[in-house]
Design a protein. Structure first.
Length: 668
């Protein structure tokens, strides 16, 4: 690895901040010394730091924060959202940044603003004013009322008198979204909290609702974007004034198009946190989770982390992923790192960080990956794939463009939307969001203008695909592929749209979600992931796999600069299911599954040791000369030599005999 994110330094469990005096403005000297020493040691080893600023800080009343001591640890009652617009909390964030980043590390002799090992800075983790658009009861009532008052002030500044607002909020059918009792002079125009999930996913004949009416929602989105921009400008400007020179991200959550636009426009790079089927640890009576593989769900209709990251990737901005994971106890999580890394390479994402690594804990846990063969076991192969860019960047770059009107028009939350264009584009070509002011003049191989942006002005010298359908109402994949073939986009000529398979335009990746199978076929990384016994033998450019185990991830990775077939050292990774001893599962009923996929229960988390399902597979590959094979222990050291059979110029290895998830194959 070459980057590590320091997360939640400011929380009570950090503990950089000493909360013992009832405030949150003093650093613990011993904790700061440990951080300084750790960063210095990381630097010696060539490991960069991704530095967070505001994570889970507990603002206190003694800090001058109204009702600070009333904030809770749980999400709804925390400072999330409020810390984006409250002036005192913003002052405290700036003070924290100054104290931390202008501090001189005694082990390196450098201030952190001058430290080249600090690669990037993130202003705030999982925090956004747009949470109020998603959450009904976020924060304290005091802060919801303060935001509503600011909303009324904003409307007055935008329109003036009530009559002008009423006129602007009246649609073509004469329906007015301003209720009779609402007046900005009395601060009585309602700010509709938590309405994003109520935006219809399809056109229907619902009764007119003033709180969901398009004119009100358009102004609400613009208002929230303006508040978010003010926060970014305040924090970004302060960081630059104190000497920060590295790229700065705003937050790592984005929910709407204008939210993404504001973040990209005000910051240096985009960052995202995303998980596959995030479990519900605090559910009652037992831990609840989804026990299904991404490889086999109905991708057109199922939200997935890769497509969400792609949706908020922006043309011209570096893309980082601050957190991703396929959490335990999902039995199929071995798909996660290899699949995600392969598509991160295809998408040309710049930072890709697994959340998380814990310094202790031998038992499997939800996010801590260090003891998990199904996740940490695939890390070496995934890291090599990413650092060497074994999977090629896509041949085509597609910009999904949005006009200013489209950016503020109501659209459903992607977690509720039936479809999105990123649910196919992510697996085929490099995709970025593009924003149009007067006309699109970007550098894409093709611009995709659909839905409310279908008539966007596009430079006539550029290729464009126009699909007027609303992208959350219809599955546009067949129409997009047909149009791409007509335009002659590279790699699209043989794509089929009548099955359940996405092929990357490079020819190196193929995701068959109908069969639950992903194949990776590059010079230095080749493998197959999914329901391999059912899929049958897999023949890649050099690697061949005949697997008898139901679900597995098997990949061959060269350990030198040569491609498979000429490489003299190859790492074989073969892993499937892993669980704690005595771990318990309670499957859902059919009725429960109809309501939610997160319906499995875990009545018993189990104990050590972690047990691993052996992968029974014949794996063969050509080697440049006679070969020997060794199983590896958990530190990568050779354990036992394995029997190797050579047939027709190919070395055959029985992975089940290794009693390890790793084998090293060496040409003599």
């Amino acid at each position: 690895m070459n980057m590590l994110r320091l997360h939640s330094l400011d929380g009570r469990w950090g503990p950089l901040i000493d909360y013992s005096d009832g405030a949150s403005q003093r650093f613990d000297a011993e904790a700061l010394d440990r951080i300084d020493f750790f960063i210095a040691e990381l630097k010696k080893r060539g490991i960069y730091v991704y530095m967070d600023l505001l994570d889970y800080r507990q603002f206190r009343t003694a800090d001058g924060v109204t009702e600070g001591d009333e904030f809770t640890h749980n999400w709804a009652g925390s400072m999330k959202g409020a810390s984006i617009f409250d002036a005192r909390m913003i002052e405290l964030q700036q003070d924290y940044a100054t104290k931390l980043l202008t501090h001189r590390n005694p082990y390196t002799g450098l201030r952190y603003v001058d430290e080249p090992a600090i690669a990037v800075v993130e202003t705030t983790n999982e925090n956004s004013i747009f949470y109020f658009y998603r959450n009904q009861d976020l924060s304290r009532p005091y802060y919801r009322e303060a935001l509503a008052k600011r909303w009324n002030t904003w409307l007055s500044a935008r329109y003036g008198e009530r009559a002008a607002i009423a006129a602007a909020w009246t649609d073509a059918e004469g329906r007015c979204a301003l209720k009779p009792e609402e007046d900005p002079q009395r601060n009585s125009i309602e700010l509709p909290f938590g309405v994003h999930g109520r935006i219809p996913t399809t056109s229907d004949d619902r009764p007119f609702d003033p709180l969901l009416a398009a004119p009100r929602i358009r102004d609400l989105l613009q208002f929230l974007a303006d508040v978010q921009r003010n926060y970014y400008e305040a924090m970004y400007g302060h960081l630059k004034r104190i000497g920060v020179r590295v790229p700065i991200a705003g937050t790592n959550q984005s929910f709407t198009v204008i939210d993404t636009f504001t973040e990209a426009d005000a910051n240096d790079f985009i960052s995202r946190n995303q998980y596959w089927r995030h479990p519900h640890r605090d559910a009652k009576p037992f831990f609840k989770f989804a026990n299904e593989p991404l490889l086999r769900v109905d991708i057109p209709t199922q939200r997935n982390p890769l497509s969400v990251i792609a949706r908020t990737s922006v043309a011209g901005k570096p893309q980082g992923v601050a957190e991703f994971n396929f959490p335990w106890p999902n039995e199929y999580r071995a798909e996660g790192l290899l699949m995600s890394t392969a598509y991160a390479c295809l998408q040309d994402w710049d930072i890709f960080l697994l959340f998380s690594y814990s310094l202790s804990g031998d038992r499997l846990a939800m996010f801590s990956s260090q003891s998990d063969p199904a996740r940490w076991g695939t890390f070496p192969a995934a890291a090599l794939m990413f650092h060497r860019a074994d999977v090629s960047r896509a041949r085509n770059e597609v910009h999904v463009i949005h006009t200013p009107e489209d950016m503020v028009s109501p659209s459903p939350d992607t977690s509720h939307a039936k479809y999105t264009v990123q649910r196919f584009l992510t697996f085929m070509s490099k995709v970025r969001t593009g924003f149009v002011q007067d006309a699109y003049r970007g550098q894409a191989d093709v611009a995709l203008a659909c839905g409310l942006s279908a008539d966007a002005q596009v430079d006539p010298s550029l290729k464009v695909i126009r699909l007027p359908e609303l992208p959350w109402e219809q599955w546009l994949y067949p129409k997009f592929v047909q149009a791409s073939q007509e335009l002659g986009l590279a790699g699209y000529d043989n794509m089929q749209t009548d099955g359940k398979r996405f092929d990357a335009d490079t020819g190196e990746l193929s995701l068959d979600y109908g069969r639950g199978l992903l194949t990776i076929d590059t010079d230095r990384s080749q493998g197959a992931i999914g329901f391999l016994a059912e899929a049958g033998p897999q023949k890649l450019a050099s690697l061949e796999i005949a697997c008898q185990t139901g679900f597995a991830a098997i990949v061959a990775t060269t350990l030198d600069a040569e491609p498979l077939g000429r490489a003299r050292r190859v790492l074989l990774t073969a892993v499937g299911r892993a669980e704690n001893t005595a771990q318990g599962f309670t499957p859902p009923t059919e009725q429960q599954m109809r309501w939610t996929p997160t319906a499995w229960m875990l009545p018993g988390e189990g104990r050590t040791p972690v047990i691993v399902e052996p992968i029974r597979a014949d794996v063969s590959l050509p080697m440049p000369g006679a070969a020997r094979a060794y199983s590896l222990d958990a530190t990568g050291k050779r354990q036992t030599e394995l029997d190797v059979e050579t047939r027709n110029g190919r070395v055959h290895i029985q992975m089940g005999a290794a009693r390890s998830i790793w084998c090293e194959v060496v040409a003599e």
